[in-house]
Design a protein around this ligand. Structure first.
Ligand code: DLZ
Length: 156
């Protein structure tokens, strides 16, 4: 089955500021999400200086930092990036569910779009396919952030 990711909108990012919160856990994979997302934003016209990257220990800490960035009124959209990989328990699913709910709450409470870029997978291979391989979620998350930043400006 092939999943149909949205085609990125063709918009100029020149007027937009994007905050990125990235976990340090599974850092090689998260750094790939950051690099791909950042490159796509810059290619789309976002000024490198208009992208701020904040690091947190693990995915569990992403919502707090995302809230700080969103509440600062300095960003048009915020992206949370992390990689949760299954161990011997379902801890990764619990953290993934909690982070997703918290990021949604931050987004609705602050009015700043917050993109859930936390990948929740069962195997390292699945994580690699999405972070460093052909599925390229890093670009998808960045494209979602810019699209929502444009929409926020239009609707508010
Ligand atoms: C503890 C933990 C574990 C076991 N696995 C991951 C993971 O796969 N991905 C991730 O981003 N973070 C993990 N963490 C760390 C937690 O997210 C968090 O940083 C700690 O529980 C401290 O609150």
């Amino acid at each position: 089955m092939s999943l149909d990711a949205p085609k990125p909108l063709s918009v100029s990012g020149a007027d937009y500021r994007i905050g990125i919160v990235a976990a340090r856990f599974n850092s090689t994979l998260v750094d790939a999400l950051v690099d791909r997302g950042q490159a796509w934003l810059v290619d789309s016209g976002v000024a490198p200086a208009a992208i701020e990257i904040v690091r947190v220990p693990g995915s569990h800490e992403i919502p707090w930092a995302a809230q700080q960035l969103a509440a600062s009124a300095r960003f048009d959209a915020v992206i949370g990036l992390g990689v949760l990989i299954a161990g011997d328990t379902n801890h990764h699913e619990m953290v993934g569910d909690a982070v997703a709910a918290a990021l949604m709450r931050v987004s609705l409470d602050t009015g700043v779009p917050v993109i859930n870029g936390v990948i929740v997978v069962n195997t390292l291979a699945q994580a690699e396919a999405r972070a460093t391989g052909s599925i390229n979620r890093g670009t998808e998350f960045a494209a979602a952030a810019l699209e929502m930043a444009v929409l926020k400006k239009k609707l508010s």
